[in-house]
Write a protein that binds this ligand. Structure first.
Ligand SMILES: Nc1ncnc2c1ncn2[C@@H]1O[C@H](COP(=O)(O)OP(=O)(O)OP(=O)(O)O)[C@@H](O)[C@H]1O
Length: 358
């Protein structure tokens, strides 16, 4: 899909020109007030950018040069806000039916049972909305939006009103959406941990402009973006489950395009199943020689790609290549001098198995 908008706002002009994937989850990420919701509203047709063009495949929803602007109710889109607005007087099942009824049977891309299974609503169908937790309400809201057979699903901070346990409940369902739906999902968030769990693609917004846009794996290690500077700077590694050690409850994960393995404390999962790991920059340490007799399980050969200043003047950020997978390490400037770090240098990275977030 292609989205280009220029929309004057109070403090700046939203000015973006984005080519986005036709499927998978694209996160619109940026600080509060950076224009994420305004961009979503332009896509939904809730705001009309005086200059704009929006195409999804063959559909054109806006082309200001040709004075074309399709109103929101004629755009096949699902929009879920921070708090899903369900019909209070209807059960979950009737709320879902309401979504389905809007679409003629021939145009339905998803049946009710599929949406119920995808969002895990089997046991909630007879409940009334006031008897649902915040996370359950969001799952119903997403299922109802999907049942309108949208060409695109827009999620505006769907987890921000939830506490941490409710958020943890719903994340696995969101993770499934990007694997099982063949429509694009735009996901607004200012929480990096959510983005790392669910996104395939990332658009970084700041003061109405897209600082960068690209696959999540490629964006996170970039030293020229503010993502790497944060205290929670991380990379993701999309590996596949290999051997499992039941005694020690350790899973070996095969890294993409490489024979390297990472070991992580994890419950057993099927051989070959994909698993995304988050490796935080502060959990990676570096050594000139292969460490011996270490309690740290993951000792991996890496090469220094680049070194950059960090927000803290005592720290440095090191971008590493681990046989095709990028890694970030946040180390002290002192250690960097001791090791004589420079681009191209071969090193050993140490990553604690308990520090990896699966
Ligand atoms: N209808 C409007 N007219 C003019 N300016 C607006 C309008 N809506 C929002 N703004 C301004 O545009 C800027 C971007 O707001 P927006 O809600 O898009 O940001 P956001 O990144 O979604 O923020 P948050 O994470 O806090 O929801 C803000 O400065 C806001 O005050």
């Amino acid at each position: 899909m292609h989205a280009r908008f220029r929309l004057p706002l109070d403090s700046f002009t939203l000015d973006v020109d984005l080519e986005l994937p036709a499927r998978g989850v694209t996160a619109l990420f940026g600080p509060s007030g950076s224009g994420k919701t305004s961009l979503l509203r332009c896509i939904a047709g809730l705001a009309q950018a005086p200059e704009g063009k929006l195409t999804l495949g063959d559909d054109c929803w806006q082309d200001s040069a040709r004075k074309r602007f399709v109103p929101t109710h004629k755009r096949a889109l699902g929009y879920v806000f921070q708090e899903a607005s369900l019909f209070a007087h209807l059960s979950v099942e009737d709320n879902l039916r309401f979504g389905l009824k809007r679409i003629a049977a021939a145009g339905r891309r998803l049946q009710q049972q599929q949406a119920v299974a995808l969002l895990g609503l089997e046991d909630l169908l007879q409940r009334m909305p006031q008897h649902l937790s915040g996370g359950e309400r969001q799952r119903v809201g997403i299922a109802r939006a999907l049942l309108t057979s949208p060409r695109i699903l827009l999620l505006d901070e769907p987890l921000s009103a939830l506490d941490a346990p409710r958020k943890a409940d719903i994340l696995p369902y969101l993770e499934r959406l990007h694997r099982e739906l063949d429509i694009p999902i735009l996901y607004v968030s200012h929480a990096l941990d959510e983005v790392i769990r669910v996104a395939d693609h990332l658009v970084l917004l700041d003061s109405g402009r897209a600082l960068a846009s690209g696959p999540l794996q490629a964006m996170l290690p970039r030293l020229d973006l503010p993502l790497a500077q944060g205290d929670d700077a991380s990379v993701v590694i999309d590996g596949a489950a290999a051997e499992y050690d039941r005694d020690y409850q350790l899973l070996s994960l095969r890294l993409p395009h490489s024979d390297l393995r990472l070991r992580v404390a994890h419950q057993p999962i099927a051989y070959g199943q994909p698993l995304r790991l988050r490796v935080q920059a502060r959990d990676v340490s570096l050594s000139l020689q292969q460490p011996q007799h270490s309690s740290i399980l993951n000792l991996l050969p890496v090469r220094v790609m680049a070194v950059a200043a960090a927000d803290n003047p005592a720290h440095l950020l090191v971008q590493l290549d681990m046989q095709g997978s990028a890694l970030l390490a946040r180390i002290t400037r002192y250690s960097s001098d001791q090791l004589g770090l420079q681009p191209g240098q071969a090193l050993w990275a140490q990553i604690k198995a308990v520090a990896l977030l699966g």
